[in-house]
Write a new protein. Structure first.
Lengths: 251, 327
């Protein structure tokens, strides 16, 4: 068996006296579909920020495959295939969807600094961007400025941007946040349709979706991993019921 | 729904518009209609080029600068000093000015790329003031507050003398403006131009799609500084003098006002802004020499309140809505 696609050893992070990550040991196997759950403030997004380099850990190490990436800058991690999406849309409001995705493709291919040839001259990049948009059913609206797209389409564009970087590991921070229930199942269908060699970790609050799409579930509480296991194990675990499921049901 | 569609859409964006061609034809009108204003026209072309250089960083990459005169001034002094010391050939003077301003711009870009917003305003302002005082105190080189005397330009291509009426000056400035405009237009329609707009639209997302934003910023800042240097050199060469004013805060502020008036991020905004601003200054200072900034102030407030994307942005919106009505 190969090394896990993404793993961490003893990851610590605190802001002053607030501990947001403590001793996190985590491993995402190649091609896995894992869910990361936990109450608000459990440190789920912080973990993604640490792994993608948007935050620096106080201690611990991060590995992408066999390679240690702990001190790499965010864009260098992306170049190596570790890519994230954002819980709150982080898009390019006045670029069209096609321009946005073409931008990401061009940067991946190393054309981002090319000055002399016009954008349409990069035919393959444009074709690839358009194909990604078509696959997420954004083909018809890809010429409109991003800020004019419907909210659900913007969520899909978040994923389209990530796909344009050709990720090996994809970290999805609440991909369906703010999308109505029926839309979110559709969105997760798109996610589960991703190529098998892409390893996926997603944060999601809707437990039905988590149980449907995740092969394994990691439960975080107060900055550390409480338990991880198969959906059946998690559903049966009394500690999880207490801190997360139980609370939610009574609340 | 054909695969060619996205290409047609992108091709349409870079196509020359009829209005663009009309605009450049109109820049020739001063030769026919306003012969006594060719000196002013030349200054407008130079200021338009300066504003274009600011547009590349501010309008496209979203990098604010309140000290862009630093590079204009560097170009002016470089061209002036070279000429004073016996080399009055204009075109090589431009190249030297671009190199000097570009080199300093490149060095500064390592600081610039690390900051945004208010910090950037303060840093660029500080660099502008610093250079202004340096030029003031180095009077052995720059002539200090008296200005640089003894700038003598050779005829352009060894033939066209810089005349009092500004025929050569305007031809020369306009030609340089046009050529650099063509290059800038190419740049903004390239993948690099798209990356710059990405930085402007969302600097946080850029690293998350693997883009080296800082390297992009360093590159565009260097290019912008070199173009500002060329603009400064044109002023030195066509007026055959350099005063400390080329490095002044006033010049940095003016070019920002000009770009915002005309419309940032539109390539033509700076040129249009320069035409309006400088013609207004010429006319207003005629009947109200002391208080003409009063009118500029009103103009600026009105434009920013009612046309947040500048005059050009307002025109584009008006054009779009009248087309929609006609359809």
């Amino acid at each position: 068996m190969n090394a896990p696609a993404l793993s961490t050893r003893g990851l610590d992070k605190s802001f002053g006296s607030l501990v947001v990550a403590s001793g996190i040991e985590f491993a995402l196997p190649q091609g896995a579909r894992y869910a990361l759950v936990g109450p608000n403030g459990a440190g789920k997004t912080t973990l993604i920020n640490l792994m993608t380099g948007m935050l620096q850990p106080d201690a611990g190490r991060i590995f992408l495959g066999d390679e240690e990436i702990t001190s790499l800058r965010p864009e260098e991690r992306v170049k190596r295939g570790l890519v994230r999406t954002f819980q709150i849309n982080s898009l390019f409001p006045r670029l069209s969807a096609l321009e946005s995705v073409t931008l990401a493709v061009c940067e991946r291919q190393g054309h981002g600094g090319a000055i002399w040839r016009s954008l349409p001259a990069y035919r393959e990049a444009v074709d690839e961007a358009y194909a990604i948009l078509l696959s997420l059913r954004l083909g018809n609206d890809c010429y409109r400025p991003t800020r004019e797209l419907a909210y659900g389409q913007q969520r899909l564009l978040e994923i389209a941007l990530a796909l344009a970087t050709r990720p090996r590991v994809l970290l999805l921070d609440e991909p369906a946040a703010g999308v109505p229930i029926e839309g979110s199942a559709e969105l997760f269908d798109a996610i589960s349709g991703l190529a098998e060699h892409i390893s996926v970790l997603f944060i999601e609050h809707d437990m039905d979706i988590v149980f449907r799409f995740a092969s394994r579930i990691i439960v975080m509480v107060g900055g550390s991993v409480l338990v991880d296991g198969t959906p059946e194990e998690i559903a049966a675990d009394p500690r999880v019921r207490e801190v997360y499921l139980g609370k939610k049901r009574h609340g | 729904m054909t695969p060619a569609e996205p290409h047609l859409y992108l091709q349409a964006q870079i196509r020359w518009h009829r209005l663009e061609i009309a605009f450049w034809v109109a820049t020739l009108l001063p030769f026919l209609l306003f012969k006594s204003y060719l000196v002013l026209a030349s200054q407008i072309a130079i200021t338009g080029l300066f504003a274009l250089s600011l547009d590349l960083i501010l309008g496209y990459a979203g990098i604010v600068s309140l000290g862009h005169a630093a590079f204009f001034g560097l170009g002016s002094y470089a061209a002036g000093i070279v000429s004073k010391h016996g080399w009055g050939e204009p075109l090589t003077g431009l190249v030297i000015a671009a190199a000097v301003a570009g080199l300093v711009g490149y060095a500064a870009s390592f600081v610039i790329a690390r900051f945004r917003h208010l910090a950037l305003i303060m840093i660029t302002l500080g660099m502008g003031l610093l250079l202004h005082e340096a030029a003031n105190s180095a009077s052995w080189l720059t002539g200090g507050a008296d200005g640089l005397q003894g700038v003598r330009m050779w005829p352009l291509f060894g033939y066209f003398k810089f005349d009092l009426y500004g025929v050569t000056a305007y031809t020369y400035s306009l030609a340089v403006l046009f050529l650099i405009f063509l290059a800038a237009r190419r740049l903004i329609h390239s993948p690099f131009g798209l990356s710059l707009r990405g930085i402007r639209e969302n600097p946080v997302r850029m690293p998350a799609i693997g883009a080296p934003s800082r390297a992009h910023i360093r590159k565009v800042y260097t290019i912008s500084a070199a173009i500002a240097g060329v603009a400064g050199a044109l002023l030195a060469q066509t007026t055959q003098t350099v005063s400390l004013e080329v490095l002044s805060f006033q010049r940095s502020a003016d070019v920002l006002v000009i770009l915002i008036l005309g419309g940032a991020g539109r390539l033509y905004g700076g040129i249009l802004g320069a035409v309006i601003y400088m013609v207004a200054r010429d006319q207003l200072s005629g009947f109200n020499p002391q208080y003409w900034y009063f009118w500029i102030g009103i103009m600026l407030i009105v434009v920013v309140m009612f046309l947040p994307n500048g005059i050009l942005g307002g025109l584009a919106r008006f054009g779009a809505s009248s087309r929609a009505k006609a359809a």
